[in-house]
Design a protein around this ligand. Sequence first.
Ligand SMILES: Cc1cc2nc3c(=O)[nH]c(=O)nc-3n(C[C@H](O)[C@H](O)[C@H](O)COP(=O)(O)OP(=O)(O)OC[C@H]3O[C@@H](n4cnc5c(N)ncnc54)[C@H](O)[C@@H]3O)c2cc1C
Length: 501
Amino acid sequence: MNRNDPVEHYDVAIAGGGAIGAVLACALADGGAKALLVDPSFSLAAKTCNESDPETGSAGASTRDRRAPDRSGSFAPGAFTPRPLALSLASWRMLEALDIEKSLTERATPIRSIHISEAGRFGAARLEAGRFDLECFGKVIDAASLGQALDKALGRRDLSPGVQRRSVDSKSSGGVHRIGGRIEGACPLAHGIAPHVVFPNAIGQDPPSIPRSLSHPPPGTRPTPPSERADTPFVASLLAIADGGRSGLRQSLGVATCERTYPQRALATVVSVRTPHPFTAFERFTPEGPVALLPMGGPRYGLVLCASPDRIHRLGTACETDFLAALDSVFGGRMGGFRAADRRRIFDLKLEYARDIIGRRSVSIGNAAHRLHPVAGQGFNLGLRDAACLSQMVMAARSQGRDGGDRQTLFDYRRWRAPDHARTRRFTDGLVRLFGHRFSPIALMRAPGLVAFDLLPGFKRALTRQATGLAGKVPDLALGIRPTPAPSLEGEDDQDLEGSR
Ligand SMILES: Cc1cc2nc3c(=O)[nH]c(=O)nc-3n(C[C@H](O)[C@H](O)[C@H](O)COP(=O)(O)OP(=O)(O)OC[C@H]3O[C@@H](n4cnc5c(N)ncnc54)[C@H](O)[C@@H]3O)c2cc1C
């Protein structure tokens, strides 16, 4: 592609500014890459911003304004709905390496021990971080606080035209350009990919779109020959699909998935207890589904309760007294009684994952690649490892004079991520299945199994590695290694970087 084209060229275009897309954008920027981060929620804020922000001095939304990034940067309520999130040690180290954790530290509570039990049966297991020379297994934060911290982190890496960068490593020429909109398709070009961005204010007008025939070749047909340019203002070397578990983009790009619906829903809230156990997380398996209590400081605990849709509906609509009484019956006297609960939120549960996480100059990450059951709090942590590994691979490609969307980079990324994806899927789905049997011989073996687990350090070590996110080949960010800017390809002769597979 001729770099003099009036299109904006990015190293990576990211569909989805949830936590995973936002962290990927920060990591790329710190490594010297240019990222385009697209999320519809940015435009909601941008609209408000355009109406009232003295910086823009504009109340209208001209075509130009529609492409302007949101400077206020509020996130989608969905992605950062207030709810407890257990971050593994590896995830916390990633946030540290990207300077995202500072504004979170005061609001994060370390998990130093994990208590695992089954309602109505004897036997329990306890994991202590100190026994493995760890300060903690991870930390619990509120998703809303994470959203605010990421917003600040993105602001420091802002690449928007006309915006004074507030503080970015001076060695890095990378940054993040946030725009409000949806990526609804993409057209692979000879040396990049053109995301089809639909701007919300453009309803009733023609978006700068790619013909559907180009972005959606019918199954079984030969791929459309790469064109030299598309009618879109943005081109990237790679498209990262990070638009969450209901990923519409994955679907429109024809990425097949495997899925299994759980006969359960989840209810999440924050509760207060009479007898707190500082820094201890509880995972309790009940006949209806797993229940987690995550320490959030003092008497406050994050609660994630999974049960049949009927029971979740009843618990979600019960008065507070009945709700707290139901929790008492789940946990017995262990917590000394439940005193109060915040707003209860309900989530659908599903196991769904992409059959292939890579495509032509595209890659699925986070929940768009794998939506897991929330038991043992693994989904977000797995997605952060995706973001860390992908940014590392893109940087490695750039330092070798390749772009980050070529075939080799994507194949290497897939090879790296496959074992972690499979292991984490087996772990969460296996737990749900193991504790889902009520009357079989498996059910009878569980209690002695928990006792045996408690006595066998080998099992505990394996579980600790999974809980901390330090199993298998770990990305540099999870080891606390900060990204270093790689040389840019800008100005170099284009090479044949065709990435079809
Ligand atoms: C009850 C519950 C408790 C959980 N607890 C934990 C836990 O303790 N620990 C843990 O590790 N995990 C946990 N998880 C899982 C975790 O919440 C998810 O894995 C994580 O939030 C996924 O983040 P994401 O960025 O991939 O997707 P999302 O958070 O869904 O973000 C997707 C973003 O994409 C945007 N978007 C959508 N469509 C488009 C488009 N076409 N173009 C551009 N943008 C688009 C959306 O606006 C949104 O901002 C829990 C899940 C549940 C349900």
